[in-house]
Design a protein around this ligand. Structure first.
Ligand code: PMP
Length: 410
């Protein structure tokens, strides 16, 4: 295949492709994964802590007992047995039958990433506005951008999304003659900010959204990963209508099985299923059966405790190292759970420009700009503590502290 090029065909690309750009995180993976680099960049869960032998036996038994159907297509909404288990997990997150969560209203997706994509397909026309926290999960921004929507960021502080800022953003969008369709929010252990929406703000935010006929897209991948205490009850547990709730097995079980879900009212659920069938026919049957078995036959609550303890230790190591090694003027959040710490550098520093020097010093992070649709966020960066063991985390933060110190003295 010499000399083959698609350059001559770029004029055939769809309009929406021109706005697509490589995720900052994916672009970093090749360098960040070199063994000499301490990567605080990627957010990969620590799957080595899973009981791999027991899972191996479970999968072998699954093939023996249900091999033929497990290796076939299933229904677009996802298998009923798994949707029941999903309801058990959601109940643990605080969304249960008393607030109308039922297997019938669940759609199984290939990770919550596909759920985001399906919501975008069902609700967004080009030019529609999506309100989202500043900063926001990079994968969600990519989906909204692919849908040709405009993201308007709403200010957060240490207690999560600021209700007054939400009111202001809604008013500003209306004043510009446009229409916001939903608020995308990660209320618990935010990616990338590491903060949690305070209890006293939750009703208020729901009230604002309801008053403005704004749907809430609540994305809750880290809700069960609280270290000292669990986060306040999800928004969906306080409102039956107007909230689409996204969950995933990526952090409580295995990201590699690519299974998540969306809990939606009937009419929306039907459209979501149709959109998913058009896109993937059905979620992977084999993986659904693995997950069903895992959640019905294995001690998943115990395993959650293992994950929480593991990540708590890593969070503690990271925060202690930040205190020990960061120069004056650097600030960071104090996550009560999840995977991420968000750093704010002195204004003069640019975390993206600093990246090559950090790689030279053998440490990687994600520059803040990836988490803002408008390219702002230069003085921020995200550290993930989920994957490296505590002593590597400490070494990584030490190297980063040194890089920032040098940067400040330039
Ligand atoms: N939402 C948020 C906030 C995330 O952090 C992630 C994973 N990093 C996802 C969605 C997507 O996760 P998955 O597709 O693995 O469920």
């Amino acid at each position: 295949m010499s000399g083959t090029t698609l350059d001559d065909y770029t004029d055939l690309y769809a309009q929406r492709v021109h706005g697509m750009k490589a995720s900052e995180i994916r672009a970093l993976f090749s360098v960040a994964n070199r063994p000499e680099v301490v990567s605080l960049a990627g957010g990969s869960p620590y799957t080595a802590a899973l009981p791999l032998d027991a899972i191996g036996e479970m999968v072998a038994e699954l093939i023996q007992r249900e091999g033929a159907p497990a290796l076939n297509y299933c229904v677009g909404q996802g298998e009923a047995a798994l949707r029941e288990q999903i309801c058990a997990v959601m109940a643990e997150e605080g969304v249960d039958a008393s607030v109308g969560a039922s297997p019938d209203d669940v759609v199984v997706t290939t990770g919550s990433q596909q759920a985001l994509d399906l919501v975008a397909r069902v609700f967004l026309d080009p030019g529609d506005v999506v309100l989202a926290e500043a900063p926001s999960y990079v994968g969600a921004l990519g989906v909204f951008q692919a849908a040709e929507a405009d993201v308007v960021h709403v200010q957060m502080d240490d207690d999560g999304l600021v209700p007054e800022a939400l009111e202001e953003a809604i008013a500003a969008v209306a004043a510009s003659g446009r229409r916001a369709k939903f608020l995308y929010t990660v209320p618990a252990f935010h990616n990338p900010a590491g903060v949690t929406l305070a209890e006293e703000r939750r009703e208020r935010i729901l009230e604002i959204c309801q008053r403005h006929h704004l749907l809430v897209l609540e994305d809750n991948p880290y809700g069960l990963l609280g270290f000292e205490e669990q986060p306040p009850a999800p928004l969906r547990s306080r409102a039956r209508d107007g909230v689409l709730y996204l969950g995933t097995f990526s952090k409580t079980f295995a990201a590699g099985i690519r299974l998540g879900w969306i809990l939606a009212p009937h009419a929306v659920r039907d459209k979501i299923v149709m959109a998913s069938e058009a896109s993937i026919l059905c979620p992977p049957t084999f993986n659904q059966r693995i997950a069903t078995r895992y959640f019905t036959t294995m001690p998943w609550r115990e395993q959650l405790k293992v994950f929480r303890e593991l990540y708590r230790e890593r969070r503690d190591a990271t925060l202690a190292a930040l205190t020990d090694f960061m120069p004056d003027g650097v600030r960071w959040t104090h996550p009560g759970g999840g995977f991420y710490v968000w750093l704010t550098l002195p204004e003069a520093l640019d975390s993206k420009a600093m990246m090559p020097r950090a790689i030279n010093a053998r440490v990687a992070y994600v520059p803040g700009t990836g988490f803002y649709a408008d390219g702002s966020g230069t003085s921020h960066l995200r550290l993930s503590y989920c994957f490296p063991p505590p002593e590597r985390l400490r070494e990584g933060v030490r190297r980063l502290g040194h890089v920032i110190e040098e940067e400040l003295s330039l």
